[in-house]
Ligand binder design. Structure first.
Ligand SMILES: CC(C)(COP(=O)(O)OP(=O)(O)OC[C@H]1O[C@@H](n2cnc3c(N)ncnc32)[C@H](O)[C@@H]1OP(=O)(O)O)[C@@H](O)C(=O)NCCC(=O)NCCS
Length: 331
């Protein structure tokens, strides 16, 4: 069977870091699992319980998606384990304070007591397990951290989430306000959406939901293109678009833009304008509008004011100044 070795680059199994890591983690997990039996905890339950106990000191509230990201567990897997932990009375999944549809995680008094006991035992196992490395344990840990850093999806390729995109519902209003306030680090856009909604001046509001939590929103309102001879062409303005900072760079903004443009096309709209990042919107079909003879009514850097056709040829013969709803004048 020696010829099968041709498949492998390594001379010996001992030369494979992946296989060594597999063996070490199997042995380590076996010891941890054995020690956790006395607490009726599995290893994933312990990791989630210990991490949640740790995180609630820094940040409150913690959602399932945030906890999963911290532990590098798959969101669905973490969600299933957390459900079992709730059944065991170790955690509570409470309504989120700012998002009526999301759950925030809280450790119960029983969970906290168990976490304290289990952490002590697990730290003891770790000390004994890594003891043979002596002072090298710190550089070993640095090497692990390097692997974690370099294999954690970068902002450009971070674990892409598949949010549920749906129309805004009455119960989302507070969460939408928060999303805009956090994303823009101020109240202006959050208030703008509230004012447009109050006046019934919006056209389409979509939210992105992850694990029951509203984490992003896109808003569209009617605009007019007014030509030199007073001809008015109706169009749509995209603003604002916001994704909670903790969820940015994971495809949520893109999902919202694409779903919004699809929905507007279905509704029969032909042109959409945006004042936004020149490096972001062209991927959705937006181009600077000035070369078409269309500018915003206010002075802006021409690269940032863009237009997308929802129907081919929709820009033909259209020129002029774009006027948004009056609420935009104050932003
Ligand atoms: C801009 C925003 C909505 C994007 O949402 P998101 O979910 O993070 O975006 P996605 O994951 O779909 O796309 C990530 C891409 O957006 C780019 N991006 C994010 N912020 C950007 C910015 N300020 N300028 C240019 N590009 C930006 C990222 O570089 C990344 O580019 P890549 O795909 O080439 O790597 C989000 O970052 C946000 O809420 N920002 C604060 C509020 C804001 O600026 N809103 C837009 C006003 S026009």
């Amino acid at each position: 069977m020696a010829e099968n070795k041709e498949f492998f680059e390594v001379e010996s199994a001992d030369d494979s870091p992946g296989f060594s890591l597999w063996q070490v983690s199997s042995m380590w997990q076996r010891q941890i699992n054995a020690s956790l039996k006395q607490f009726d905890l599995t290893h994933p339950q312990f990791v989630l319980l210990a991490s949640l106990t740790w995180l609630v000191h820094d940040q409150n509230p913690i959602t399932q998606a945030e906890l999963a990201f911290h532990t590098k567990m798959d969101v669905m897997n973490a969600s299933n384990v957390l459900r079992t932990m709730e059944d065991k009375g170790l955690i509570l999944r409470n309504p989120h304070p700012t998002d009526t549809r999301a759950k925030s995680l809280v450790v119960t008094a029983r969970g906290l007591k168990l976490a304290g006991q289990a952490v002590r035992v697990v730290e003891g196992i770790d000390r004994a397990f890594f003891n043979s490395l002596g002072t090298d344990v710190s550089s070993f840990n640095q090497q692990l951290l390097k692997l974690i850093r370099e294999n954690t999806p970068s902002p450009h390729s971070q674990q892409v989430l598949s949010p549920l995109i749906r129309r805004e519902a009455p119960g989302d209003i507070t969460a939408i306000h928060q999303v805009n306030a956090f994303a823009f680090n101020g109240e202006a856009e959050a208030n703008l959406v509230d004012q447009l909604r109050t006046r019934g001046a919006g056209l389409l509001s979509l939210v992105a939901e992850v694990d029951g939590q509203v984490v992003g929103q896109i808003y569209f309102s009617p605009v007019s293109i007014i030509s030199g001879d007073g001809l008015i062409t109706p169009a749509v303005g995209l603003a604002p678009l916001a994704v909670l900072p903790a969820f940015q760079n994971r495809g949520i903004g893109s999902s919202l833009v694409r779903a919004g443009l699809d929905e507007l096309r279905r509704m029969g709209h032909k042109l959409v304008f945006v004042l936004g990042h020149a490096g972001y919107y062209p991927r959705f079909g937006f181009n600077p509008s000035l070369p078409y003879g269309i500018r915003w009514e206010f002075e802006v850097d021409e690269a940032h004011f863009m237009v997308a056709e929802l129907q081919p040829g929709a820009l033909a013969g259209v020129q002029g100044l774009v006027r948004y709803q009056p609420e935009f004048n104050g932003v």
